[in-house]
Ligand binder design. Structure first.
Ligand code: SF4
Ligand code: SF4
Length: 422
C-alpha cells in the first residue's frame, strides 16, 4: 500500500476509531534460528485455519484494509494458500514477511496469481558466512536469494529488510548498494529489540554507540535520502499501535503491536470486536500522548524522539511511558546521524569518504535527484535565503527550532565538518 495513502487513511480511521491495519503472526515455527529473533516464547497451540479465517473476517468488519502476515516462517503452514485466498477475497492489501528460503517456483506462481501486494524478505549480508551465522543455518543465504529471484521474476513487489547488528556491521552497506543496483528497495533497521518474554539478551548483538552513529549517518545519506525534520508535537499520539493497528500472535493473543508483547485478550475466548471496543488497556493507550511520558520532559532530544512504547514495555518490564536505554541511544545517534548527513550535504562535491566498503575504499553513493534536494536553489529562494548562506544556516534551516538540542548538535556537526576537512 502506498505510504502516503496509508498515512491519509490512518488519520480518517483514527477519527472514526476504526482498525486499519492488522499484523497477524501465523505460527511460531521456523526452519531458521536467527540469533536476534524476538519470538522466544515458541508455543505449538497455533490457531487453525477456521480460527484464522474468523479473525480476518472480524478485523475486516472493524475496518481493516491492510494485512501483514508473518511468523515464524509463513510458508511452513500447509494451509497458507487457503488463508491468502481468503484474505484476498476479503479485499485485503496483503503484505508477507518471510526469509524467502521456502519460496519455490510453484509457490511464487501462486503468490502472483493470488495478488499479494508485497513480500518483505529478511537478508543480513551478501556474505554466506555472515548471513548463515546470523540465521544459524548453513546455505540459508543461497536459498533466500533464490527465493527473491523467483518472486522478482514474477513481477511481485519484493523488499529486503536488514537488521543491522555488530555481526553484519561491516557488510550491510554492500547489501544496500547491491539491492539498490538490482532495484530492490532495502530497508535498514539499526536496533535490536528485546524478546516477547521480555529478555534483553539480544541487546548484546546491537550496534555499539559508535557504530550506530556511522549507521545513522549512512541511513540518512545513502539510504534515507535527504535529511528530514524530526520534530514531534507533545499533544500527538505516541504511535499508531492500538489506535489504527493491532497485532495478533499465533495462539490468538492480541497485542497493540508486534513490538509490544502486552496481552489485550485472546480471540479464542473474546471476540476481536469486543477487545477492540472494551479493552481498558486499549483505552489507556488511545488516551496517552507524547507529553504524558514520565522522565522525558527535560530531555534535550525530546522533540526528536520517535519513542516506541512497545520497546519501552519490554526494556522497562511493563512500563511503556518512561525513557529506556535503547530509545535514548537511538535518538541521540539519529540526531547525530541527521546532522552528520546534513554536514555532508552542504559540501559542494559530495564525496564524504565517511563510508568505506569492506576493502577500505570509499563507498559509491547513489545519485540524488538534484531538483528535490532540501538545499536546492529553488528551495532556498522560497525561504528567502541566499545560496551563499553559511553551511551552519543551511544546516539549521533543515531542522525545526529547539535551541538546547541544536546547541549540542551544532557542536557535533562542527566536529564532523572538521573531521571531513582533515
Ligand atoms: S512505535 Fe513501537 S509500538 Fe508503536 S507502532 Fe512503532 S514499533 Fe509498534
Ligand atoms: S531520548 Fe530518552 S529521555 Fe529523551 S525523550 Fe526519548 S526516551 Fe525520553
Amino acid at each position: 500500500m502506498d505510504e502516503r495513502l496509508e498515512d491519509r487513511l490512518r488519520r480518517v480511521w483514527l477519527a472514526e476509531q476504526r482498525l486499519l491495519s492488522l499484523h497477524l503472526d501465523l505460527l511460531y515455527r521456523c526452519n531458521l534460528d536467527c540469533c536476534h529473533c524476538y519470538l522466544d516464547d515458541k508455543r505449538t497451540d497455533e490457531m487453525d485455519t477456521s480460527e484464522v479465517v474468523s479473525v480476518l473476517t472480524a478485523a475486516r468488519t472493524l475496518g481493516a484494509l491492510k494485512l501483514t502476515l508473518s511468523g515464524g516462517e509463513l510458508f511452513l503452514r500447509p494451509d497458507i494458500l487457503d488463508i491468502l485466498h481468503h484474505a484476498r477475497r476479503l479485499n485485503y492489501y496483503v503484505k508477507l514477511k518471510t526469509h524467502g528460503g521456502t519460496v519455490t517456483e510453484p509457490l511464487a506462481d501462486s503468490l502472483k496469481s493470488i495478488g499479494i501486494g508485497r513480500v518483505d524478505v529478511s537478508v543480513y549480508a551478501l556474505d554466506n558466512d555472515i548471513h548463515d551465522a546470523i540465521t544459524r543455518r548453513k546455505g540459508s543465504l543461497v536459498r533466500t536469494l533464490r527465493g527473491i529471484e523467483r518472486l522478482k521474476s514474477r513481477g511481485i513487489d519484493v523488499r529486503v529488510n536488514c537488521v543491522v547488528m555488530e555481526p553484519n556491521r561491516e557488510v550491510y552497506k554492500e547489501l544496500y548498494y547491491e539491492m539498490t543496483r538490482r532495484q530492490i528497495p532495502c530497508s535498514l533497521d539499526g536496533s535490536v529489540r528485546g524478546t516477547n518474554s521480555l529478555s534483553l539478551d539480544s541487546y548484546a548483538l546491537g550496534l555499539s554507540a559508535e557504530h550506530k552513529k556511522d549507521f545513522e549517518a549512512f541511513r540518512r545519506t545513502a539510504a534515507g535520502g535527504r535529511p528530514k525534520p524530526l520534530s514531534m508535537d507533545p499533544d500527538d499520539h505516541i504511535c499508531w499501535a492500538g489506535k489504527t493497528s493491532l497485532h495478533i500472535q499465533p495462539d490468538g493473543t492480541v497485542t497493540p503491536c508486534v513490538a509490544w508483547p502486552m496481552s489485550l485478550g485472546n480471540v479464542r475466548n473474546t471476540p476481536l470486536e469486543q477487545i477492540w471496543t472494551d479493552s481498558p488497556m486499549l483505552a489507556a493507550i488511545r488516551g496517552a500522548r507524547r507529553k504524558n511520558r514520565t522522565g522525558c520532559t527535560s530531555c534535550t532530544f525530546e522533540s526528536k524522539c520517535v519513542y516506541c512504547p512497545g520497546k519501552a514495555y519490554v526494556e522497562n518490564q511493563g512500563d511503556w511511558l518512561s525513557p529506556f536505554q535503547l530509545q535514548c541511544t537511538d535518538t541521540a545517534t539519529r540526531v547525530y546521524g541527521t546532522l552528520r548527513a546534513a554536514a555532508s550535504w552542504v559540501r559542494p562535491n559530495h564525496t564524504t569518504g565517511l563510508f568505506k566498503t569492506r576493502s577500505g575504499q570509499p563507498a559509491q553513493m547513489p545519485q540524488r535527484p538534484q531538483s528535490s534536494g532540501i538545499l536546492s536553489p529553488q528551495r532556498l529562494q522560497r525561504h528567502g535565503r541566499s545560496q551563499q548562506g553559511s553551511p551552519r544556516k543551511r544546516l539549521f534551516s533543515i531542522l525545526s527550532p529547539d535551541q538546547a538540542a541544536y546547541a549540542k548538535a551544532e557542536q557535533i556537526a562542527q566536529t564532523v565538518r572538521e573531521s571531513q576537512r582533515k
